[in-house]
Structure formats: structure tokens, C-alpha cells
Design a protein. Structure first.
Length: 484
């Protein structure tokens, strides 16, 4: 059985193309990461999950040796940055009366917990902008030297008209951009579309010494510097949400191509579509704004907490380039599907610690521009046919049953001999499931007795994530119920 060629839709050419890495020994991908001033929302979760599935697929294909003549030694390097210098960060830290470092550390910590709960692998590298100021300065110096940037009034600006094919990614002409954009007028700007590479910092603002005085970088230059530092002047795939095409990615391309004298920054540009909530644009003013953290740990959305796997499956039911509508109904359906699949998997005694093979039809679906909607149809059909080893292999391919996942923690403590007769209503299962829960409750009571509150909270949250509510009194937990 031959492995199909990977095809991806390239925003640069507006076509689906066969993916061929520049270096068959190392596939290189960069995805724009979070600005760590506030918790990531469920829209931000979309690129995290989508590009994690791509990372997993690339690793799978690399192991098959599709790019190195069957050797299977291709490395996959996935870089997702952390933007820890930004004016939104400065403003939020001041508002909360904490230091910038405290704010970015705290936000990044929650971010890392969130993405782990969503079942995402750690990228190969997560560079921080503040650790790459020297590279940013180098790129800016090169741009000035080659006539693509100018210093004025403590600022350095990119000279947009100096780049003949500026606008290639977003396919807009300079005139259209000027007409469509909210252009900042500033006395130090030569052209309307010129954008900031470096700007001066006041004493109380974070700043670094540079040839243009003490200042800080603009947002776009950060990604040019970090991708250069870790992936080189050109690399294979660059990803992010569709809103980043213009101006962020257009400006990254301008900076990197002009600084390094290259035609392209990355060969394939991939963009996920937007997420809306129950048919409406997500916004704080509409009150439908929901963070990953809230979905996992509070009852804000649909009146209950949701396991990370359920969020992950719900996100993958729609092809990544389509808009997605985030609804309680879709989460319930995802949970029902997962519960029934896992229920059967454990009934059959399949050990999720073992690696199962996904059928070629599943790999085919993913290789066709990451068609996870098609893959989900495959999963349902494998379930209907009772092909559970293949179904488990497919789930594993897209990042389910990872260690530490909530469903695995609960069901994984059972093995075939202990598994109840039926788990179709997985959370309402009979006797043996109750035993498993009772064991967790005892462990929590023991933790409480020894005042190990962290452990006791952890167990409570783990159970809550499965829809189990504990009833506590001063002597410990006396009973629990399954919320449907
Ligand atoms: P930001 O923090 O706004 O820079 O966004 C981080 C990532 O999330 C970027 O790749 C954005 O394109 C993406 N993103 C932001 N909002 C949404 C949304 N509502 N739906 C899908 N992706 C989004
Ligand atoms: Zn970026």
C-alpha cells in the first residue's frame, strides 16, 4: 500500500499543491503563536489544534519515508512563537498593577496547560520574542542597508513601495490597501502603508538599546526574526488564522524576503478559517466570548465543563479552511461519539498504550489538504463496521488517547476484565465504572485528610471533566452523581 502524496492548499498560489520539502532531511514549519497578555479564547484554539494535526501527519509521513526514499529519517521541526513584548501586554500589566514579566509568565503557564489539555504536542521549539531582539536588530540593519527601511524620529519603518511585489500573498494592490486600511498618519512616515519595525520606548516602557536609541520592536519583525533563527532564511510551511494574511504575514514576507534577498519566505502558506459561537461573531460585548480555560474548568459554556478531547474532536469536524460554528450541540455530539468509541474500545480490551495502525483511507483523507471532516466520516463508518482497532489507530493518528487525557485517565484505569457490560452511555455506566469512581473518591478523601489540597482539587477537576459532581461535607465526600 503506497502512502499518498500530501497536498495542501497554498494561500500564496490559491491552489492545492503537492507538498515537497526544501530539505528532505528536515521539514520546517512556523506557526504564529499567542500574544501572552490574556487567556487564549476558543478561536485561538483552532490554529493550535489544526497545526498540531498537521505536525502529527508530517511526522507520520516522515516515518513512512515519503520524502527520503523510504529511509524514514526525515525530521519535522515545528516552531510556534510566544509574543511576550507588545503594547497590549504593557497596558494589561499596568492595569493589573503587576510587572510585565509576571503577566507574561502567568499567561504563558495557563496557555501551556490549555494546549496540553487540547491534546496538542509540544512544538519542537517555542521561542520568545524578548529573547530574539538581537536578530530583529540585525534584520532591520540589513533592511536599512539595502534601501528597504528608513529611520525617522527614533522609529524605523519599512518602505513598502521599495518592494515591487508587496501584496502578493493578500493579492491587493497598494492603492486598494490604502483605500481599505485604517492608515495611521504619522509625520515620520514617508508612505501611507509603511509599517513600524522599531519604535522608541518611554522610560516606563520595556525597551532595548539599539542603533536608533532605546526602543522596542513592532509585531511583524518578531516572526521574521524567530523563524530565521530557528528555521533559516526560507522554510517550508507558514501557518496561522486567516486574519493574519494581511497585514501580518504580508509584512513578514516583505521583511524576510528583502532582508535575505529571497523570492519567498516560506513555500506554503496555510490559513485556518474563523470560528464563531452559536452563529454569531465572538465578542466580549455580545457576552459569547469564551476562553479555552473557561471551557475546561468552568460551567460558563452550556452550563458544564468540557474535556479537552471533546473540544478537540468538535474542532476537527469542520475542514480547517471553512468557517466553524461553535455550539453546545456540536460539543454534545462530539462527546457522545467519543464516549461510545472509547466504551467499545475498552470493552474489547484494546490497550490504548499500544500503537494501532490507521487505515490508508484515514491517512488519505488527512493528506488531502487535512480533510478532517472526511476523516470524521471515516471514524463513524469504522465504528459502524465494528473495526475498532482501526478506529483506535485513526484516533491516535490525530492525537487522541494521549497520556493524561481525561477520558484515558478514567477509562484507562479499567482493563477488559474490569470493563462494564456496556458503556454506550459512557458516563452513566454501571457497577464497575462506579467502582473506578469510588476509588478516585477514596484517593481524594485521603488527600484531603492529609491536607494535600492540590491533589484533592486535581482529582475533583478530573472527575468534573467527566461530568461527575462530588457532594462534599465536613467528613469528606459522601456521594457523587453523574450529570447528563
Ligand atoms: P491573536 O492572539 O489574535 O494574534 O490570535 C492568535 C491566533 O488565533 C492567530 O492565528 C489568529 O488568526 C487565530 N484566531 C484568532 N481569532 C480567531 C477566530 N475567531 N477563529 C479562528 N482563529 C482565530
Ligand atoms: Zn507571525
Amino acid at each position: 500500500m503506497s502512502t499518498p502524496a500530501l497536498k495542501i492548499y497554498n494561500t500564496l498560489t490559491r491552489r492545492k499543491e503537492e507538498f515537497r520539502p526544501i530539505d528532505p532531511a528536515n521539514v520546517r514549519m512556523y506557526v504564529c503563536g499567542p500574544t501572552v497578555y490574556d487567556y487564549a479564547h476558543i478561536g485561538n484554539a483552532r490554529p493550535l489544534i489544526v497545526f498540531d494535526v498537521l505536525f502529527r501527519l508530517l511526522r507520520h509521513l516522515a516515518k513512512q519515508g515519503v520524502w527520503d526514499g523510504g529511509k524514514g529519517e526525515t525530521k519535522v521541526t515545528y516552531v510556534r512563537n510566544i509574543t511576550d513584548v507588545d503594547d497590549k501586554i504593557n497596558a494589561r500589566a499596568a492595569e493589573r498593577g503587576i510587572s510585565i514579566r509576571e503577566l507574561t509568565e502567568e499567561t504563558n503557564k495557563v496557555f501551556q496547560e490549555d494546549v496540553r489539555a487540547l491534546g496538542c504536542l509540544e512544538p519542537t521549539m517555542q521561542p520568545r520574542a524578548t529573547e530574539h531582539i538581537a536578530q530583529m536588530i540585525k534584520i532591520i540593519e540589513r533592511l536599512i542597508a539595502s534601501g528597504h527601511a528608513y529611520a525617522a524620529d527614533g522609529h524605523v519603518l519599512f518602505d513598502v513601495p521599495s518592494m515591487p511585489n508587496y501584496g502578493r500573498l493578500s493579492r491587493r494592490s497598494l492603492d486598494e490597501m490604502i483605500a481599505g486600511a485604517r492608515v495611521d498618519v504619522a509625520p515620520y512616515k514617508r508612505g501611507d502603508m509603511d509599517f513600524v519595525l522599531w519604535k522608541p520606548s518611554k522610560a516606563e516602557e520595556p525597551g532595548w538599546d539599539s542603533p536608533w536609541g532605546r526602543g522596542r520592536p513592532g509585531w511583524h519583525i518578531e516572526c521574521s526574526a524567530m523563524s530565521w533563527a530557528h528555521l533559516g532564511e526560507t522554510f517550508d510551511i507558514h501557518g496561522g488564522g486567516i486574519d493574519l494574511v494581511f497585514p501580518h504575514h504580508e509584512n513578514e514576507i516583505a521583511q524576510s524576503c528583502c532582508a535575505f534577498g529571497r523570492d519567498v519566505m516560506a513555500n506554503y502558506w496555510m490559513h485556518n478559517g474563523f470560528l464563531q459561537v452559536e452563529g454569531e461573531k465572538m465578542s466580549k460585548s455580545l457576552g459569547n466570548f469564551v476562553t479555552i480555560h473557561e471551557l475546561l474548568h468552568t460551567e460558563k459554556f452550556g452550563g458544564r465543563k468540557w474535556p479537552g478531547e471533546v473540544l478537540r474532536l468538535a474542532m476537527l469536524r469542520t475542514h480547517y479552511r471553512q468557517p466553524i460554528d461553535w455550539t453546545v450541540k456540536a460539543l454534545e455530539e462530539a462527546e457522545q461519539a467519543l464516549s461510545s468509541w472509547y466504551g467499545r474500545i475498552f470493552e474489547l480490551g484494546l490497550d490504548t498504550d499500544d500503537q494501532f495502525a490507521a487505515p490508508v483511507s484515514a491517512v488519505n483523507a488527512l493528506s488531502d489538504d487535512l480533510n478532517t471532516a472526511q476523516l470524521l466520516a471515516e471514524l463513524h463508518s469504522l465504528g459502524k463496521r465494528g473495526s475498532y482497532p482501526e478506529l483506535l489507530g485513526t484516533l491516535q493518528l490525530i492525537g487522541f488517547t494521549g497520556k493524561g487525557s481525561a477520558i484515558n485517565t478514567i477509562f484507562g484505569t479499567m482493563r477488559a476484565s474490569e470493563a462494564p457490560d456496556t458503556m454506550s452511555a459512557a458516563l452513566g455506566v454501571e457497577t464497575d465504572f462506579k467502582q473506578v469512581i469510588n476509588n478516585r473518591v477514596s484517593a481524594r478523601n485521603a488527600a484531603r485528610a492529609s491536607k494535600n489540597w492540590a491533589e484533592s482539587d486535581r482529582i475533583r477537576d478530573e472527575l468534573a471533566a467527566m461530568g461527575i459532581t462530588l457532594k462534599d461535607n465536613k467528613d469528606g465526600t459522601t456521594s457523587w452523581e453523574v450529570k447528563r
